[in-house]
Design a protein around this ligand. Structure first.
Ligand code: CA
Length: 423
């Protein structure tokens, strides 16, 4: 029987942040600059304090301060041997039986903060952001609405992980409100488009991974080495304006419908913490081309949910329940495909999954699918109905991998819809 690891820090049984997890984030304490920390229970451990003490003076981590920085980028660039060593050191220091930090009250006072007392920042300076479209059920549902069930999937969909290059400047951290955007839309019966606030504002439940060491321009990453370039994962909400999207998307794909705001969770869960939750990839038919095949390619068992809370509801209501395993393409396949033409990835780049919908109705990861483009409005527990998100609605995505007696969780990514500005 496996026993959960024990820390001298109290960790509630349903906490997302036990000793098995140790996700990295960038935070600013009440006084001082932003720096790197890990979450443990309800606390954050300030790694810059430990770094200054010499805790991380090892061959793998001996470079100059990587934690006294306002982003993870320096640490990301070091690669997995350094990440593993840091994880070992932190896990040992926080263990119930290790006295160094446990019995040093002065150091503890200095190194720990309550998470509720700190401000979380984006975990990295994200230079480039890409969004894939890797859920079969999402692509099939959306394709069915647009083209009918016979032509739901484009002929390329099962041959390559479809994606587009997104906009990194409008990536925000959880807790940031999102303003309803203006744009061009064309009502079906109108001769010409109109300009105004989007009337079909949506969320997309996604996950995304952060790139560690990059690859050189013109040097593709072979799929079997993809994991060396992947640090960890976050939750993501790809806010979308469906009416803007419907009018603008052909022939080059989404543009203004997606670039006004994209939210991610602040804590990055490492692939090492997720290792116990690897699962075989679902069958792929037809067999992908050789550059997209790896013998032990895998996915992760991560439970995901989206909660909606309108301005008048007393408690949030779960509207999506899904799992990361609903994705058709793996993160290794996404990375191998992204670089196969020679595109160079850099530390801190963000590659997202696309909406993670499954086969059941409750596993649909956006309003577009849940309400079938507004045809079947959702009825909420307080009697309100929704075709799309309305002003004042808060949407929160949560995710966790369920271990035996513990959870490796991602926390949440949350945002509230603000009314369009008055023009
Ligand atoms: Ca998306």
């Amino acid at each position: 029987m496996f026993t959960p690891l024990r820390s001298f820090i109290d960790v509630a049984p349903d906490s997302h942040f036990p000793l098995e997890n140790l996700p990295y984030g960038v935070f600013r304490p009440a006084q001082g600059n932003a720096r790197v920390g890990v979450a443990i229970g309800a606390l954050v451990l300030d790694l810059s304090v430990l770094e200054e003490q010499g805790t991380f003076r090892t061959p793998e981590l001996s470079k100059s301060a990587v934690f006294a920085q306002d982003s993870l980028n320096s640490f990301l660039s070091l690669g997995r041997p350094a990440w593993r060593r840091a994880r070992e050191i932190i896990q040992h220091l926080l263990a119930a039986e290790t006295p160094e930090l446990r019995d040093n009250a002065g150091l503890r006072d200095h190194a720990f903060h309550q998470q509720r007392d700190v401000t979380m920042h984006l975990p990295a300076h994200i230079g480039d952001y890409t969004d894939f479209y890797s859920s079969y059920h999402h692509a099939h549902n959306v394709g069915t609405m647009l083209r009918g069930p016979e032509n739901a999937l484009m002929p390329n969909w099962k041959w390559l992980p479809v994606g587009y290059h997104g906009r990194s400047s409008s990536l925000v951290v959880s807790g940031t409100d999102v303003r309803r955007p203006y744009g061009q839309t064309k009502p079906p019966d109108a001769d010409a488009p109109i300009f105004g606030p989007s009337r079909s504002f949506d969320y997309e439940l996604e996950m995304a991974f952060l790139i560690g060491p990059g690859n050189g321009l013109g040097e593709p990453v072979p799929i079997e080495r993809a994991d060396e370039h992947i640090f960890g994962m976050v939750l993501m909400n790809d806010w979308s304006a469906r009416d803007v999207q419907a009018w603008e998307y052909q022939p080059l794909g989404p543009f203004l419908a997606k670039n006004f705001c994209t939210s991610i969770s602040p804590w990055v869960v490492t692939l090492d913490a997720l290792a116990p939750f690897r699962k075989p990839l679902p069958p792929q038919e037809p067999e992908p081309l050789p550059y997209l095949r790896a013998p032990n390619d895998s996915t992760f068992d991560i439970q995901l949910e989206a909660q909606l809370q309108t301005a008048t509801m007393v408690a949030p209501h779960v509207i999506t329940r899904t799992n990361f395993q609903n994705l058709y393409w793996s993160i290794a396949q996404q990375l191998a495909h992204h670089t196969v033409g020679g595109c160079n990835l850099q530390p801190g780049d963000l590659l997202a999954s696309g909406t993670i919908s499954g086969p059941s109705e409750e596993s649909r990861g956006c309003m577009l699918e849940l309400t079938w483009r507004g045809a079947n409005p959702l009825t909420l527990p307080n009697g309100e109905t929704r075709k799309w998100l309305e002003d004042g609605d808060a949407l929160t995505i949560r995710g966790w991998a369920e271990g035996d007696g513990y959870r490796v969780g991602f926390g949440e990514v949350s945002g509230r819809v603000l009314p369009a500005i008055t023009r």
